[in-house]
Design a protein around this ligand. Structure first.
Ligand SMILES: NC(=O)c1ccc[n+]([C@@H]2O[C@H](COP(=O)([O-])OP(=O)(O)OC[C@H]3O[C@@H](n4cnc5c(N)ncnc54)[C@H](OP(=O)(O)O)[C@@H]3O)[C@@H](O)[C@H]2O)c1
Length: 255
């Protein structure tokens, strides 16, 4: 049984990746992972996909969920052709004013779960299999007032690149997607006050996923949508880190 696994499939880019991998690849099943069971069941019953949609309801902030996923793989023994790690969240605000547990949850979902899903899926992957990990524009720089989220996405980029290098000999491709601002439910969860005031440019989830699928075909290691975002990444690599952070803080009206 040839499958794709998509985490964060209940909304936003994860949901759009489900449609995209279904269109692009011949799959028997797509395992869709998130907490909101009703969303996953609605997707399964929508008839929008060619492959059978299998809801896998898991809370990825909990370590038991990784073991449940591992057990499911052991029971079903599928070939995992595509893994998309899109589950994630962020919280915008001053680090010391936010709940520590909530911030630790960001690391659990964005990094620990992503690492576990790669690790447990890889024994079931073959030459030609693909891993897509959701990084961010914030993967490239420290971002005050989004400190934990940005650090978690720096991990995703670094891990994806190194893992991709290790997997070269097995013919398994790893790509990290690093989008700018996207209007999804992510913002509803992340924004609680006006700490972050300035958003330079918005893209849509569909645009990011369409570009990512094109880049996957070209075997790119990093997918970045939009000339302004790509230019920013290039500049950030050249500028001193303090200059980059000061510029961001000025944009947000911070000292
Ligand atoms: N929106 C942006 O501006 C932006 C920019 C760059 C990168 N990203 C990244 O892109 C990815 C997708 O985000 P999005 O914008 O599409 O946001 P979204 O619409 O909020 O989707 C996030 C997904 O993650 C899942 N998720 C969150 N916490 C979870 C948990 N504890 N256990 C299991 N699943 C969980 C959510 O499902 P449930 O709530 O049903 O569990 C949802 O399906 C994320 O990694 C995000 O960090 C977003």
């Amino acid at each position: 049984m040839k499958i794709a696994v998509v985490t964060g499939a209940s909304s936003g880019m994860g949901r759009d990746f489900v449609y995209a991998v279904d269109k692009e690849f011949e799959l028997d099943e797509i395992w869709v992972v998130a907490r909101r069971k009703e969303r996953l069941e609605e997707l399964a019953g929508s008839g929008k996909c060619r492959a059978k949609i299998r809801p896998v309801t898991l809370d990825l902030s909990k370590e038991e969920s990784y073991r449940e996923y591992k057990a499911l793989l052991e029971a079903e023994k599928p070939e995992v052709d595509v893994l998309v790690n899109a589950a994630g969240y962020g919280l915008f605000g001053t680090f010391t004013e936010m709940d520590v547990e909530d911030q630790l949850g960001i690391v659990d979902v964005n990094d620990k779960a992503l690492t576990a899903f790669c690790g447990y899926s890889l024994p079931y992957m073959k030459e030609g299999s693909k891993i897509i990990n959701m990084g961010s524009n914030s993967s490239w720089q420290p971002v005050p007032y989004i400190a934990v989220y940005a650090a978690s996405k720096a991990y995703v980029l670094s891990f994806s690149r190194a893992l991709g290098r290790e997997l070269k000999t097995r013919g398994i491709h790893v790509m990290c997607v690093c989008p700018g601002w996207i209007k999804t439910e992510f913002m509803d969860r992340a924004v609680h006050d006006n700490t972050i005031k300035y958003y330079d440019r918005w893209y849509t989830s569909e645009q990011v996923v369409e570009k990512a699928m094109k880049d996957l075909k070209k075997k790119k290691k990093v997918s970045i949508l939009g000339f302004p975002v790509r230019s920013q990444v290039r500049l950030v690599k050249l500028m001193p880190t303090d200059f980059v952070m000061n510029t961001w803080c000025r944009q947000q009206g911070k000292k």
